[in-house]
Write a protein that binds this ligand. Sequence first.
Ligand code: COA
Length: 700
Amino acid sequence: MNDLTSLMRPESVAVIGASNTPGKIGYAVVRNMMSSGYKGEIYPINPKETEIAGLKAYPTAIDVGKPIDVAVICVPAKATLSVAEDCGKAGVKFLIVITAGFKEVGKEGRELEEQLVEIARKYGMRIVGPNVLGIIDTHTPFNATFAKEMALEGNIAFISQSGALCIAILDWSLKNGLGFSQFVSMGNKADLNEADFIEAASHDEDTKVICLYLEDVVEGDRFIKVAREAIQRVPVVALKSGVSSAGAQAASSHTGALAGSDTAYSAAFRHAGILRATTMTQLFELANAFTTQPIPKGKRTAVVTNAGGLGIVATDAIELGGLEMARFSEDTIALLREKMPPMANIYNPVDVIGDAHYDRYEIALNAVLLDPNVDAVTVLLSPTAVLEVDKVAEVIVEANRKHPEKPIVAAFTGGFAVEQAVEYLKKHGVPIFAFPEEAVSTLIGMTEFAALSEATHNGEEWVFDDVNSERVREIFDSVREDGRDLLLSPEAAEVAECYKIPAAPSRLATSEDEAERHAVEMGFPVVMKISSPDIMHKTDIGGVKVGIESPEEVREAFRSIMENSKKAAPEAKIYGVEVQKMMPQGDEVIIGMVKDHTFGPMVAFGSGGVLVNLLQDASFRLARGLTKREVDEMITETKAYTILKGFRGAEPDDIPAIAEAIGRVAQLCRDFPEISELDINPVFAYPKGLSALDIKIKLS
Ligand code: COA
């Protein structure tokens, strides 16, 4: 682990490019450091000044002559290399490089950035940035940014790839009362990246949730490893913007065409246990909820409302979002029956009805919180003339305090009439919204995180030790020696056999005798196809014969396929004729693999056959670290699953065999990183077993 303690809790900070001129960044950073309440030493560095903001200024970092943990660099880009050298010589541990004009501006900037990294390496310094707003740690306290204000003290660690976004969020958070433990702008990530900051924040005792804004991820494997460890202690929520290049490189395969531009990030976040927010609003709503409310232990949600309509809207959102309406215990129902008026609805949603005063909320809320069948509560309110809205807010805060094990979210729908109560709830850490769906959406996110986190506890990579990787290596070597990157069908079928992925037997025949021998060995009927990487539409040129039943027909088919192919494509390199056992029809699925630049191979499963691209029914997971549980989820997520489990009275297919085949494909792709694309389409699924019909393997 990289120890970032001296970065987040430094004992001394130098500001290189500190200035006495208001409006300059070097001016703002020194003032922010001083006004943040920072208790360590601050050394302004400026060759022209002797004093800055009442502090002694030094010409260079070397002249300080005392240990410096962090140097904040705010000199123009062309001066950064020499000041970094000075910092190295002065024994600085971390550089926060605010200066812009590096890789984000093109080739020259990129070279400058590389030189900066080189200097840092030489002296064992670590870099934040360049091109950053800086860093805040509210508990140190420490504000090494040029933001207008210091963040409020709180428990959210916000780690952002965009500095300008940091500034905006900081200002917004002050108005909305959201507090942070750490505020990190990562900029160009020339050295330290999201994995380092997630790791550091997850060990920070003042952090209760890690909130990420990412445009890309630098080290895929490390990011996942670090995040999986981090979520054992704190939830991690991420907003990922921008489209990645995932899948694009393999768009020539069926699987590649099924993978969307963002599939890899979704798969990676899920495997890492990171909760993905889809909007910025959601990112901060979830962050706020995780710092103020406990994580729900299950999906059973109670609703308390004084307006039937709001209750129905919430019920819909709960059910559509994958939560469940709690079924109350008999005790709860008996209590509500006794205390509520006869017109009230005492089942979930509990409707205390329009003439309710705050005391009905108090009774209902405490009753459902005590109910063992309830995991979380949503309180809804419409501000009637008879209701003491502020009192209801107090009741909620008190109930939340008395039952710290169950989360409460609220929606007070109204304007001026609810304003004060909303402020009160915000101040006391109850997530409060204007509308029921928003409140429910936060509970859905929290519950999803609970499930993600649980999944990361359960599961070792699914590994098979009965595979023959030596033979696969030989096959790949011989394909390369032959100057190809695409395996012939019989070669691909043999690779599958080596990994015990059941494939329709397929052999290459270079003569009529050989074709007959193969056919007799595998048993009739067989299919025969021309074997040539240069001939695409084999059927169209008479290069395919199906339903061959006898040795005579095999010989005849061999002759005609060779003749037709030579005539249609005289230049094509022909390896012979492929003899494949003709398999009985099964339900058609696809198993495949597509590669992502950052996260490596992703396996896919879905509806297969000729309609594969039309159906667009596929689920993806990372091949690395793939667990049995993830494979089972992959299958059940697809529409193909409806067919496999026995549609309209049909006998169910062998789903465990399909799961195993997916696991084995994942292992093949992990073992051989040179496989750049893999498509098995169709796979025939049967009530007992399966058969891979058409296997395409491409090497990089
Ligand atoms: N050592 C110490 N101080 C030095 C120096 C050196 N080698 N070279 C110059 N300085 C001093 C300057 O004299 C000046 O101090 P002064 O005001 O007393 O004259 C100070 O450092 C700043 O230099 P200056 O040339 O005035 O630059 P600037 O303040 O106009 O711009 C940056 C510097 C870093 C702000 C600018 O280059 C930049 O990168 N701006 C964009 C920052 C950004 O957007 N970052 C991303 C945010 S999300």
